[in-house]
Design a protein around this ligand. Structure first.
Ligand code: NAD
Ligand code: ZN
Length: 396
């Protein structure tokens, strides 16, 4: 008997707003995204990264005033603080907490969860929001450069589990994204530079003009120029969104993962370091390593690789880290465990995004440990020279 076939398509349109002062009394951005059926009061539950609350002491009051000033929109509860950073996604705590709160408050599928914070808080709160009633509308307000340039834009939500990054998660597109540049000012230098790693990652495999622009902007980014960062975030966001909308595989059912360039080792290094390395810092190392691997296999010239390495090191990333020397129980390099985890994640077939000339990528399905050793040695050599020349020019 012939099988019955059920075929359907679901379309999404996700607005990404760029603004400042999203909770200023006169700001209408949030009004534009909180849509409702006429006559119905929109209820909004808000979760905020606790570092954001600490560095923006007026935020809670501004949010309360913004809502009090308006008809038809209601805060379902006072603003809820969430532990910021990777701890937010360390376990199920946030899922249980949000699930319970939604049940107690009668949050329904026409309500919204607004999440304000770094990529980790967005991943964790987004994961919980995607489970409650099988999906509450989520509005993301990323407050880090990495969140605004990458993490906040995607269709993925997750928590870490069983020694793996993002092991438990869902594909749930957000209702809307609001990138508010004002929040970036309070970031410490490490988190401020993290978004640049994801911008370099996507430029290296998709857009040589943007990569060249990043090289020009490197000195400005190194001295924390806000305008340069705004330009980088917008260009990076455009490329990430373009991939999600235009690749034909937004929910990653195939094996190809261009946006994961450099991530097989980055995720491993993050976990191995007990999250001492921030995601963006680990991505900078992962991108640098795979860039050198691309030289070993003839995909890039060393001069091309130096464009990528020069931007990453030039904005202040440390491209060598003691974690790279760590050995596993069998004497192999511990970081290589990341390859196996990546292979499993893809369903058994190793498919690594790798540059093929600057601004282009072709997947790689084989990986040789000897070539990795050569790539690591190449990176460490280049890094030593970079540090020596930086020290010499600082003395002049
Ligand atoms: N879902 C995706 O598609 C996707 C993509 C890339 C990365 N990610 C995830 O994003 C996470 C990294 O995100 P991140 O780089 O934003 O780091 P993060 O969320 O860990 O935040 C870094 C630190 O900055 C603090 N912070 C956040 N906003 C602040 C502000 N405005 N002022 C002062 N401090 C602030 C946080 O509390 C935290 O301590 C990782 O878990 C990574 O796996 C997800
Ligand atoms: Zn990343």
């Amino acid at each position: 008997m012939a099988p019955l076939r059920c075929q359907f398509q679901v379309g999404y349109e996700v607005p990404v707003h760029f603004t400042r002062g999203a909770f200023a009394r006169s700001s209408t951005i949030l009004e534009q995204v909180l849509t409702s059926t006429p006559g119905r009061v929109v209820r909004v539950l808000i979760y905020v990264d606790d570092r954001v609350l600490a560095t923006h002491p007026q935020l809670e009051a501004s949010i309360a005033t913004w809502f009090a000033d308006r008809q038809g929109v209601l805060l379902a509860a006072p603003v809820q603080a969430v532990t910021g950073g990777e701890a937010a996604k360390a376990d199920w705590t946030i899922v249980e907490r949000i699930g319970r709160t939604c049940a107690e408050l009668g949050i329904d599928r026409h309500s919204y969860i607004l999440m304000i914070g770094g990529g980790a808080v967005l991943d964790a709160v987004g994961f919980a929001a995607s489970l409650v009633h099988r999906g509450i509308r989520q509005i993301r307000l990323p407050t880090t450069t990495l969140g605004q340039a990458d993490a906040g834009l995607g269709v993925k939500n997750a928590i870490n589990a069983f020694g793996n990054k993002n092991f438990l998660g869902t594909f749930t597109p957000p209702w809307a994204i609001i990138n508010d540049a004002d929040f970036l000012e309070a970031l410490d230098d490490r988190s401020w530079r993290c978004g640049i790693a994801e911008a370099v990652k996507v430029a290296a495999i998709k857009d040589v003009a943007f990569l060249t622009r990043l090289a020009v902007l490197t000195p400005a980014l190194a001295r924390r120029d806000g305008e340069a960062m705004t330009e980088v975030i917008r260009a990076s966001a455009t490329l990430h969104l373009g991939h999600i909308a235009g690749s034909g595989d937004p929910f990653e059912q195939g094996s190809s993962r261009p946006l994961d360039f450099g991530h097989w080792s980055a995720h491993r290094l993050e976990v191995q370091s007990g999250h001492r390395l921030l995601h963006g810092e680990a991505v900078a190392i992962g991108v640098a390593l795979d860039t050198c691997y691309a030289v070993e296999i003839g995909r890039l010239t060393m001069a091309e690789a130096e464009v990528i390495l020069g931007i990453l090191a030039g904005v202040g990333f440390h491209l060598d880290d003691p974690e790279l020397a760590t050995r596993d129980a069998h004497g192999g390099r511990a970081v290589l465990t990341g390859l196996e985890q990546f292979r499993e994640h893809l369903g058994g077939v190793l498919t690594l995004a790798m540059p093929a000339g600057l601004g282009h990528q072709e997947d790689l399905t084989t990986f040789e440990n000897d070539l990795f050793e050569a790539a690591l040695a190449r990176l460490q050599r280049w890094n030593r020279l970079f540090i020596a020349s930086s020290v010499a020019s600082a003395r002049v």
